[in-house]
Design a protein around this ligand. Structure first.
Ligand SMILES: [Zn+2]
Ligand SMILES: [Zn+2]
Length: 333
């Protein structure tokens, strides 16, 4: 008997998603099958639909902030059980042998990791098959709708904050208050940092402070500062003279997005201030496990809007128009 999954696929590049049935890959010895209940919607799903990075294969079933319940176990899976509530994020496999993988930093695997929806079907479906080692059992204190966005947006900001916040009282600036930025404010505050939210929308001040920011600053008015870490979550081009002027000596400016493909940096401020410009993308198994635990203990939850998965195209339009406040979670029927 042929197994059939029911999903939502872009049949061709840039097309709206439509109902689509497909035969999943066979359940491997180390795989699990989950019944999907929730999907966080990430901007990357739109990039994949539109093949912006030339890695998409069609029909494309996107979805990489997946929460569900285990319904099948591969014969070698011993650490999970049928019925477990689990989450799956962007990384679905890696070499497991390089120094980075052995540290649990599969996001910088020297062989390159496998992206969940690169050459494989993702979470916008009734079921998902995935390697058990990149599946995370969710703490009871995290509800599924809150957990979903943590699996990509959450880990994306947690990794650099965890890496670069060295001590309580560190001065951290979060630039851009959206899906990533609002979570960054919450995590940085819980890690003991003194947090400033930067935005070009003054109307976000009240919310930023509710998320935990001590200070709010209009990016257009920002001049100089003494920040230990500036986390850039925006998509607009960066004024590097301003950025480096805000950064204190020995500070780190970290990008978690790709506003442009090249940088034009004033080197005098960089070199004499011993400043650093860094990049960061998602996170490995070590920080993923830790982040979920940290979020559960500190009750760090994204602000989400839920929509039924039948409205997936409307949800994608909303994300494209920057109207999600601050993350959309799609509920399965
Ligand atoms: Zn994502
Ligand atoms: Zn590796």
């Amino acid at each position: 008997m042929v197994t059939t999954f029911k999903g939502y696929a872009a049949l061709n590049k840039g097309e709206k998603l439509q109902s689509w049935q497909y035969e999943p890959k066979p359940l491997g010895r180390n795989d699990i099958e989950i019944k999907v209940t929730h999907n966080g919607l990430c901007h990357t799903d739109l990039h994949m639909r539109d093949d912006d990075w030339n890695v998409s294969t069609f029909p494309l079933v996107a979805g990489h902030e997946v929460v569900g319940e285990i319904t099948k176990l591969g014969e070698d899976v011993t650490n999970l059980q049928i019925g477990d509530r689990v989450g799956v994020g962007w990384i679905s496999n890696s070499c497991r042998r390089c120094d980075a993988c052995l540290r649990g930093e599969e996001n910088i695997c020297r062989q390159g990791y496998t992206g969940l929806i690169v050459g494989n079907y993702g979470g916008f479906a009734d079921k998902l098959r995935v390697n058990a080692d990149f599946t995370y059992k969710l703490p009871d204190a995290l509800d599924s709708a809150s957990a979903a966005p943590l699996l990509c947006a959450g880990i994306t900001v947690y990794s650099p904050l965890r890496t670069y916040i060295k001590h309580p009282g560190s001065r951290v600036g979060v630039i851009g208050i959206g899906g990533l930025g609002h979570l960054a404010i919450k995590f940085a505050r819980s890690m003991g940092a003194e947090v400033t939210a930067f935005s070009t929308s003054p109307s976000k001040e009240t919310e930023a402070k509710e998320f935990g920011a001590h200070h709010f600053c209009n990016w257009n008015d920002a001049e100089t500062g003494d920040y230990d870490l500036l986390l850039y979550t925006g998509s607009a081009e960066i004024d590097w003279t301003k950025a480096l002027g805000l950064l204190g000596n020995d500070g780190v400016f970290c990008l978690v997005g790709l506003p442009v493909s090249t940088l034009n940096i004033p080197l005098l401020a960089l070199v004499f201030g011993q400043k650093k410009i860094a990049g960061s993308a998602v996170g490995g198994r070590r920080f993923m496990t830790e982040m979920l635990e940290f979020a559960a203990i500190n009750q760090i939850k994204p602000m989400v809007e839920t929509m039924p998965i039948t409205q997936i195209n409307e949800a994608m339009d909303k994300v494209a128009a920057n109207q999600a406040r601050y993350r959309i979670v799609l509920l399965s029927e």
